[in-house]
Design a protein. Structure first.
Length: 367
């Protein structure tokens, strides 16, 4: 293996693979990235056995092809520190990967490419064609509500439901729920579902840029494959049945609060400074054209603010974990938000005015 490549090309590919490289690996080779070189390109592949990412870079000068594996983190740090625009010479010398630039010569140990784990990819059904902006929105506006190391393993991921020309993403940790529904570029023939693990959905979110090329997803019975501008990401899915999220979304008669998102968020931030560090609870009392926000803590410190708003319905006295509300407000782009109350001891529904694309549910807090 002997080839030349620009710093920018190899650094871009290495950056994409690092998120998958296992940091606490049981197998030393999982800390390595697989090099595969042919006449025109370099393919880099990383895996943690649960997911795999593969990127293709254009090489500037080909001498000979081949395969090997090298330490991903060291390689990335080294290449990143080379001068911008520099050409890097890679070649194998026995069990060592030699790296040469105008500034110096470097030597990295390798492990045999034959020992690099092969990620088993299954044949998926329909291709799901979606714009990068819609996929980015699906992930960004719902993934924050995923469970984190919950014993109910099916909550530790993002549920995808594809039907006809729409895709729905749902995340919940049993305290709050986030749901987004957006259009696809093309319809699918059959319903497709799957739960993508937390780490994998975060990696997919990093890969989706603002490029103009559409993203192709393939969701099979036990794995997902995502093709994004020359990068292929594959991951196993979480086994299990996702909760019936439709039953969690409150419906029926409600009292509706319309409030400026920025003013509401800033008020919550100030008041929550004096909330209990353990529960992070804030109390909200609604009345005609205003709401009262308050908090206190075991040290008997208190905070209270009132904000003007538009409110119609019964007076409500309810408490929430302020972090849950703030994460929802951060994911909404509109200037105003609607909060639908169904009683002082029931979950509330948060939406954007006039939009059914995004829905958020938060359970009340007993304080």
């Amino acid at each position: 293996m002997d080839f030349y490549i620009t710093k920018e090309e190899v650094v871009k590919s290495l950056n994409s693979t690092l998120g998958v490289v296992e940091k606490r690996q049981t197998l030393p080779i999982l800390a390595n990235v697989l090099f595969e070189v042919d006449e025109s390109s370099l393919r880099l592949t990383a895996t943690d056995l649960e997911s795999e990412i593969s990127t293709i870079s254009t090489i500037s000068n080909f001498k000979s092809g081949g395969k090997t594996t090298a330490p991903a983190k060291k390689l990335s740090e080294l290449c990143r520190l080379f001068s911008d625009g520099s050409e890097i010479h890679f070649f194998l010398d026995g069990d060592n990967l030699r790296i040469e630039t105008n500034s110096g010569k470097y030597n990295l140990s390798t492990l045999p490419s034959e020992d690099f784990p092969v990620f088993e990819k299954e044949e998926a059904g329909d291709s799901i064609n979606i714009t990068p902006s819609n996929l980015k929105s699906l992930i960004g506006k719902t993934s924050f509500a995923m469970g984190n190391q919950d014993w109910r393993h099916y909550l530790n991921g993002l549920y995808l439901f594809v039907e006809d020309t729409v895709i729905t993403s749902v995340a919940t940790d049993a305290h709050r729920l986030a749901m987004a529904t957006l259009p696809l570029n093309e319809g699918v023939q059959e319903q497709i579902t799957g739960i993508v693990p937390r780490k994998s959905i975060n990696e997919i979110g990093k890969l989706v840029g603002d490029n103009s090329e559409n993203v192709v997803l393939k969701l099979g019975p036990s794995s997902i494959i995502v093709d994004i501008s020359g990068t292929t990401f594959a991951s196993k899915l979480i086994e299990g049945k996702f909760p019936d999220y439709e039953q969690v979304i409150p419906s029926g008669d409600s009292s509706t609060l319309l409030i400026n998102r920025k003013l509401f968020s800033e008020s919550l931030s100030r008041v929550s400074v004096l909330s209990s560090e353990k529960f992070r609870g804030v109390r909200i009392i609604t009345s005609d054209n205003s709401i009262n926000i308050s908090a206190n803590n075991p040290e008997k410190e208190q905070a209270e603010e009132s904000i003007e708003c538009s409110y119609s319905g019964e007076a409500t006295d309810i408490a929430f974990n302020v972090n849950y509300i703030q994460e929802i407000l951060s994911s909404i782009d509109d200037d105003s938000v609607e909060i639908h109350f169904f009683g002082s001891n029931k979950s509330c529904l948060i939406t954007s005015p006039g939009s059914e694309s995004f829905k958020y549910v938060v359970m009340p807090l007993l304080i």
